[in-house]
Design a protein around this ligand. Structure first.
Ligand SMILES: NC(=O)c1ccc[n+]([C@@H]2O[C@H](COP(=O)([O-])OP(=O)(O)OC[C@H]3O[C@@H](n4cnc5c(N)ncnc54)[C@H](O)[C@@H]3O)[C@@H](O)[C@H]2O)c1
Length: 387
């Protein structure tokens, strides 16, 4: 019997649009009963982006420069959208109002107002699957870390640290692009780009920050404009958020530290999560992607054990269990988690993608972080009545 298909339209055919298409093109990699994704349509304002898709995605029969044409197509059930942040409010709402399911890139709205507008459209369409992108929890060692945390293996929480460290901007001669311009990227700067990656697991585990002290840095304030001149680079490069959080279940308070940096010497694309508790601690970093480090509290003496985790992620794959796992695999696993939401009567994925409600919490935290940095003091994280 042929499997159900979910027909995708892609809006935004840059770096991530191609990553999505590549993951879909090797769908036979995953051993899942979830529907199979098929890319039927693509859209980018820059028609030069079409050539790669013409060569590599033969199922994409429609290529358009206006996303509304794509949304009008009956051949599209769901959208993956990876466009600049300032366009999200309108485009995400239009996607939902056109009756299409959405896997949208983060941030879910350039700012809190945009997020609230998108959430309103979400509420009008409860039948649609709407999720926000975040792929790093799908690394096998992070899956083990999540299972470990869900079992409460840590005892009483002392501290959690969640971070994402880039060195993409360490070269001051790198030309400016939209991600370095506050008018397009948003006032959150690096927190808008990278923050959701650090929030997904802590929020899902029910660790809710209620106050934040933020230290934000603008380090390189001007960059080449790519045309022989210079242009303002006015986004936050680095952010460190020190939060007080409460465990939703136990009501215990502890410290959570969120770190997002575009200028992190010595890093490339390092995502990490560390959980420290009274009984045990555990940590994972993509810098050492095969390893989960665990420490059992033995009183005075402290020692980490390194567990080798192989390639067993949430959705089984054809890869031998001892082989290595990487970014593209995590991204494919994330799309798999999205598709498992459509499985009829099938098992629900144990760690679904970021929900719209979680994006609201993320925005509340980032908005409070901006306020905290401006006031140079810790501020309460407030949820509006809307959320
Ligand atoms: N999940 C991840 O790990 C990850 C990694 C990198 C980027 N991202 C996110 O993905 C998003 C896109 O990033 P990118 O690196 O692919 O950017 P990019 O600049 O490479 O691509 C964006 C594309 O959108 C197109 N575009 C602009 N306006 C449009 C419109 N109105 N309609 C259709 N297309 C339009 C641009 O022409 C461009 O091709 C960002 O939000 C970024 O935060 C996610």
């Amino acid at each position: 019997m042929s499997r159900r298909r979910i027909r995708f339209g892609l809006i935004g055919l840059g770096l991530m649009g191609r990553e999505f298409a590549s993951a879909v093109s090797r769908w036979c990699h995953l051993d899942t009963q979830a529907p199979v994704p098929e890319i039927t349509s693509v859209c980018d304002v820059n028609s030069n982006a079409f050539a790669w898709f013409r060569d590599n995605v033969p199922s994409a029969r429609l290529a358009v420069t206006d996303y509304r044409e794509l949304l009008a197509s009956k051949e599209v059930d769901a959208i993956y959208c990876a466009i600049p942040h300032n366009l999200r409010r309108q485009v995400y709402a239009d996607i939902l109002n056109a009756g299409k399911h959405l896997l949208g890139e983060k941030p879910f709205g350039m700012d809190r107002k945009a997020n609230a507008a998108i959430l309103q459209a979400v509420r009008f369409h409860p039948d649609l699957v709407v999720r926000c992108s975040s792929e790093f929890p799908y690394f096998p060692a992070c899956k083990r870390l999540i299972q470990w945390a869900r079992e409460g293996a840590y005892g009483r929480l002392v501290e959690a640290r969640s971070g994402f460290l880039h060195s993409s901007d360490m070269n001051p001669r790198k030309p400016v692009n939209w991600k370095r311009m506050a008018s397009v990227n948003g006032a959150y700067g690096c927190m808008g780009d990278l923050g959701m990656h650090t929030h997904h697991v802590p929020l899902r585990l029910g660790w809710l920050p209620f106050s934040v002290y933020a230290d934000l840095q603008k380090i390189v304030k001007e960059r080449p404009d790519g045309k022989g001149g210079t242009a303002a680079c006015d986004t936050w490069d680095n952010a460190l958020l020190l939060c007080r959080a409460r465990d939703r279940e136990t009501r215990e308070e502890f410290t959570v530290h969120f770190e997002t940096r575009r200028m992190a010497p010595g890093e490339t694309n390092t995502w990490y999560l560390e959980i420290y508790g009274t009984r045990a601690s555990a940590r994972f970093s993509t810098k050492d992607p095969k390893a989960l480090h665990v420490l059992e509290n033995m009183g005075k003496e402290q020692g980490w054990i390194r567990l080798e985790t192989g390639s067993q992620s949430f959705i089984p794959s054809i890869t031998g269990s001892i082989f290595e796992f990487g970014f593209s695999d995590a991204f494919q696993q994330m799309i798999g988690a999205f598709l498992e939401e459509f499985a009829e009567g099938g098992p629900r994925h144990p760690f679904p993608n970021v929900t719209p409600g979680e994006t609201v919490l993320s925005h509340a935290l980032l908005t409070a972080a901006l306020e905290s940095h401006a006031a140079r003091k810790a501020v309460e994280i407030r949820l509006d009545s809307e959320s």
